[in-house]
Write a protein that binds this ligand. Structure first.
Ligand code: NAG
Ligand code: NAG
Length: 370
């Protein structure tokens, strides 16, 4: 019975829809010819005069914590508004921030690669994003990209491109991780890393080489460091907030001092690393004082691992870890984190206090990560 009714009803409905559509068209009937809306296929080219596809994002910069789910906003709409839904294609692509992963070549060749393409309800994701991205679709025209379990290497410039026939509009959103930049040098002394070694040194401390933008932000927040370090783009720079002799001189205003691109194999400097916010916690382990080997074991016995330098920086900067007790870290350095400067706890500014790399038989407490 119900089936029968539907059969009778559908043609009637279709007629009504056609009628409604032409009424709608008539509303805008100011010289435009809404050919495609009226012939009913609903998805011809929108070449007709006056209808424009708009793609926009309320945020051109999104900061998120590592491991979190992040949304990169992107919306499209037609102007004037259309009454019949159209099938659009959406493509999200990106240029990684750490584009300079090649040990030799500069990163200027960084290209946009695909993250996801979607058409209607079908979509496909690529590379390291496979199975980890989706479109939010919280409202009509919402093509925001949701990335789950944000990785350290997901940062960069994302492009949201909406394609409707010949119309093609896009907008970019920069994704950065909440984190902290710290200078890092080799156990063998200052200016020991070539580019690849600098990359590896940061990775070993649960960090990445900082991008120019990250170092710039750190400088804006007051980082002053008079030793040059590699950045992810293969340049060598250092941040100065108080111009002085020996650090670029007093003729230069405060800012990032750059040596430009250096030879990635033969030139040697320190590194600027970037540590993103942590999933776990860094904590001070109460113990009798331990040599380095014992310290490593103590953290394991406690269900964790000895903390890496990047983890201590992230805990200090992003979680307010403040402790006036020196402890071993994974790279055999001894450090402690101070948020509120006070007497007998180092200089008058907050920071990570560093005793340097010490012989393994020295006895200290330890910072663990779990
Ligand atoms: C992130 O999204 C995934 C599914 O995409 C979900 O299982 C997980 O609970 C989400 N995590 C957070 C922190 O919201
Ligand atoms: C650290 O202490 C252990 C004993 O707890 C000892 O066997 C080891 O030799 C010590 N290591 C160093 C480098 O002193």
């Amino acid at each position: 019975m119900a089936m029968l009714n539907l059969h009778i009803l559908l043609p009637v409905l279709a007629q009504w829809l056609t009628f409604l559509t032409s009424c709608q068209a008539a509303r805008y009937n100011n010289g435009f010819f809404y050919h495609d809306l009226m012939n009913g296929n609903g998805n011809g080219e929108i070449y007709f005069n006056g209808v424009r596809l708009h793609v926009e994002s309320p945020n051109s910069l999104v900061s998120a914590a590592r491991g979190s789910n992040v949304t990169l906003p992107c919306y499209y709409r037609y102007e004037p508004e259309l009454s019949v839904p159209r099938t659009t294609r959406v493509k999200w692509s990106w240029i990684p921030a750490n584009g300079g992963s090649s040990a030799i070549a500069p990163s200027s060749s960084a290209r946009e690669t695909e993250v996801m393409v979607a058409m209607g309800n079908r979509h496909r994701s690529y590379g390291s994003f496979r199975g980890r991205v989706r479109l939010r679709r919280a409202a009509p025209g919402d093509m925001s990209l949701v990335i789950s379990e944000l990785h350290l290497h997901d940062t960069g410039r994302y492009r949201c491109e909406v394609i409707d026939g010949l119309e093609d509009e896009s907008v970019t959103v920069d994704l950065e991780l909440r984190g902290v930049v710290f200078p890092y040098f080799s156990q063998n002394g200052r200016y020991h890393f070539n580019f690849l070694e600098a990359q590896q040194a940061c990775e070993r401390q649960d960090a990445t080489l900082a991008t120019f933008e990250q170092l710039f932000t750190a400088w804006e927040e007051g980082l002053d460091w008079c030793n040059a370090g590699w950045l992810a783009d293969g340049t060598v720079q250092y941040p100065i907030t108080i111009p002085r002799e020996g650090c670029g001189g007093t003729d230069l205003s405060a800012g990032l001092r750059s040596y430009g691109q250096r030879h990635r194999l033969f030139h040697r400097f320190d590194a600027f690393c970037f540590a993103a916010s942590l999933k776990g916690t860094v904590y001070f382990l109460h113990t009798n004082k331990l040599n380095f080997t014992e310290a490593v074991q103590a953290c394991i016995k406690d269900g964790g691992q000895i903390a890496k330098v990047g983890q201590l920086y992230a805990a200090w900067r992003l979680m307010g870890l403040d402790r006036c007790d020196a402890g071993w870290l994974a790279d055999r350095s001894v450090r402690y984190p101070i948020v509120k400067a006070r007497t007998n706890c180092g200089p008058s500014e907050p920071g990570i206090r560093n005793f340097g790399f010490l012989p393994e038989d020295h006895k200290y407490n330890v910072y663990c990560y779990r």
